[in-house]
Design a protein around this ligand. Structure first.
Ligand SMILES: [Zn+2]
Length: 278
């Protein structure tokens, strides 16, 4: 009888100590997770130096158009539906009919599939826009703003998020807007999951967020756009060519185009991209 009592006492002690140790340990793990995971999600860490070295160099050099066609691409003055460098985007990848450069689209599809495996859905909501499409966006905003603002303020207000025709990366077929046009969408929930995935993985496919937070960089121009991603193996070449081939003489043909030099549309906006995307 005594032996049984001692045995039972020992058994329940072991059980109690074990239970206490286990709950304390799990609580610690739980607290650590709570403390560390939101930080990771918000920071979406990315090594700028590594990305800038790897993006342009770790991809085979695509075929580029000759300079006369390239000038038309840079200024958006061409018909992308008839251009041999461009292709239409399948409906599963976009929210409306659109075109991209073939190479850009090929890599996007790879990224799309990888994201899908991780439970992340990527839909392109804007792809290539030509000069006339950008002109109608610009002039619609201009005509609204100019009713209540002086001309410089009216233009600067548009330039927070929209480009002058002839200066938009959306002309190039390398850039796209993904999932939403609101930074707030990417700040929590599904949007944060998508943005965190892109920050971690897009560079593997050649994509880079060109309009990052200006507070953390010496970048000029447009405000942060968490939705705008660029295919760097082509767009870095296009940007170099823009500097070489385009001057303010070609930034014309739309309302308020004469303000472009004063607003430094080329220096501050065309060139105002994150360092890691060059
Ligand atoms: Zn965009």
């Amino acid at each position: 009888m005594k032996k049984t009592t001692v045995f039972l006492f020992l058994l329940s002690s072991i059980f109690l100590v074990g239970y206490f140790a286990l709950t304390t340990y799990s609580e610690k793990i739980y607290q650590n997770t709570l403390l560390s995971s939101p930080k990771k999600m918000v920071e979406a860490p990315i090594n700028k130096e590594t990305v800038s070295d790897s993006i342009a160099q770790s991809f085979p050099k695509p075929n580029f158009p000759n300079d006369s066609l390239l000038i038309n691409h840079l200024l958006g003055k061409f018909d992308y539906s008839k251009d041999s460098f461009f292709t239409s985007v399948a409906t599963e990848h976009c929210s409306k009919p659109m075109y991209l450069q073939k190479e850009t689209y090929k890599k996007f599809k790879e990224m799309y599939a990888a994201a899908k495996k991780d439970g992340v859905s990527l839909k392109i909501i804007s792809g290539t826009r030509n000069f006339n499409e950008q002109k109608s966006i610009w002039e619609r905003k201009w005509n609204t703003n100019i009713k209540t603002m002086d001309s410089l303020k009216a233009a600067k207000t548009i330039l927070l998020y929209s480009s002058m025709p002839t200066t938009s990366r959306h002309h190039w077929g390398t850039d796209m807007d993904i999932n939403s046009l609101e930074n707030s969408y990417f700040a929590s929930g599904q949007g944060l999951k998508e943005y965190t995935w892109l920050k971690k993985n897009a560079a593997k496919f050649g994509f880079c967020q060109v309009y990052t937070d200006k507070k953390n960089s010496d970048r000029t121009g447009y405000e942060m756009e968490k939705w705008h991603w660029s295919y760097i193996p082509i767009s870095s070449h296009y940007l170099k060519k823009y500097e070489e081939l385009i001057t303010y003489k070609q930034v014309k043909g739309f309302q308020a185009s004469e303000l472009a030099p004063k607003l430094k549309s080329i220096e501050d906006y065309v060139n105002g991209i994150d360092k890691s995307c060059h």
